[in-house]
Ligand binder design. Structure first.
Ligand code: SF4
Ligand code: SF4
Length: 349
């Protein structure tokens, strides 16, 4: 696919997601099919499977998720979804096989229901609690600053205000803008206004464009790709794999434009945290983190600990029977539950 085709595909599958979330399954299915007509992507087939499943076309949903698996055989949630669908068709033997495949990729799938439940509880409990937080996980190779494709396709673009500040910074440092930033003309691209914020569409050489960071040449590589964390909903981060390349603004372990213009990095970067980053931010907020762990332990170990801590906080504190039956929550009881959870979590390190 060309970049304009990728944008069109993105528009169609995002519309499909939005429509099925709003309950318009018929239109949602049409949009996923349009997305697939433009580009045969696993996420559009996954979305189509979800929509067909919700519309009670289970056999069609199995067909669609099977195509997603063929295109992306390393994604455990696809096998989990096929397992769920096959079980609802009464094929428990086949469903078990699919679960085994999901577990072989990610052993946490043995307890995926608990993880999903705890993630929902914690996301709700801390909804809006952290404004543009900086990730505390110092030992992470900043997976979230690596991208498989041109960064504007992932929504990483510079708005007019940030662009002005970044240009000033480049001037001060004697850097050449064209080495670091690139532009993509969106004039004539259908639905560009739905894909980019109006603040991010700027004039470049007189043409409505988006400006985005270039990527460095070196790829993440298969070794590091083994430890990519999950998203806050425990889904795979589909834009990062071993072929992903770091943003060119990532220098010496940090974002080189982080503070330019008084706004942290770029809108899409500053609003993102993976599951591991989110859980350690919560643990730090609750006073349960020794900062040395965040730089001394490997990201693989921190990913494991984050899932354990997620389940403890979800089950023993925020989703506990005591908390749910107390209305309004009793602060002493909450503190006691948090202290007990903190003791359990400290044993993980
Ligand atoms: S948010 Fe996640 S991927 Fe990004 S730096 Fe933090 S731990 Fe790493
Ligand atoms: S702009 Fe900064 S935070 Fe965003 S991807 Fe690039 S280096 Fe990372």
């Amino acid at each position: 696919m060309t970049d304009p085709e990728k944008l069109t595909e993105k528009y169609f599958h995002c519309m499909g997601e939005r429509l099925i979330d709003e309950g318009d399954l018929e239109e949602g299915i049409i949009f996923f099919q349009k997305a697939i007509d433009v580009g045969d992507t696993p996420y559009a087939w996954y979305g189509l499977s979800r929509a067909l499943g919700m519309a009670e076309d289970t056999a069609g949903a199995v067909g669609a998720i099977s195509r997603a698996i063929k295109l992306a055989p390393g994604i455990p949630e696809y096998y989990f979804e096929r397992s769920r669908l096959l079980a609802s068709l009464g094929r428990n033997d086949l469903a078990d096989e699919e679960m085994k495949r999901a577990i072989a990729i990610d052993p946490n799938y043995r307890r995926i229901d608990r993880i999903n439940r705890a993630a929902g509880i914690l996301n709700e409990a801390f909804d809006g609690a952290f404004h543009k937080p900086s990730c505390p996980v110092a030992s992470c190779p900043a997976y979230c600053c690596h991208f498989k494709e041109n960064m504007f396709l992932h929504g990483v673009t510079l708005g007019a205000w940030k662009l002005k500040a970044v240009r000033e910074l480049f001037r001060e440092k004697g850097l050449n803008e064209t080495d670091l930033l690139e532009n993509f003309p969106v004039a004539g691209i259908e639905n560009a206004q739905d894909l980019f914020s109006p603040y991010d569409i700027v004039k470049f050489d007189g043409i409505a464009s988006v400006i985005f960071p270039r990527r460095k040449d070196a790829v993440l590589g298969a070794d590091l790709a083994r430890d990519i964390p999950k998203g806050r909903d425990y889904r795979s981060l589909m834009w990062i794999d071993g072929t992903a390349r770091p943003c060119r603004l990532f220098e010496n372990g940090r974002c080189s434009i982080y503070e330019a213009g008084g706004e942290p990095s770029l809108e899409s970067c500053s609003s993102f945290l993976c599951m591991t980053g989110f859980i350690f931010l919560v643990l730090r907020h609750l006073g349960m983190v020794n900062e040395k762990w965040l730089s001394g332990l490997s990201i693989a170990r921190l990913n494991e600990i984050a899932v354990e801590a997620l389940i403890i906080l979800g089950e023993d504190v925020y989703g506990s029977e005591e908390m749910r039956s107390a209305d309004p929550p009793d602060e002493d009881m909450k503190k006691r539950l948090i202290d007990e959870a903190g003791r359990k979590i400290s044993l993980l390190f």
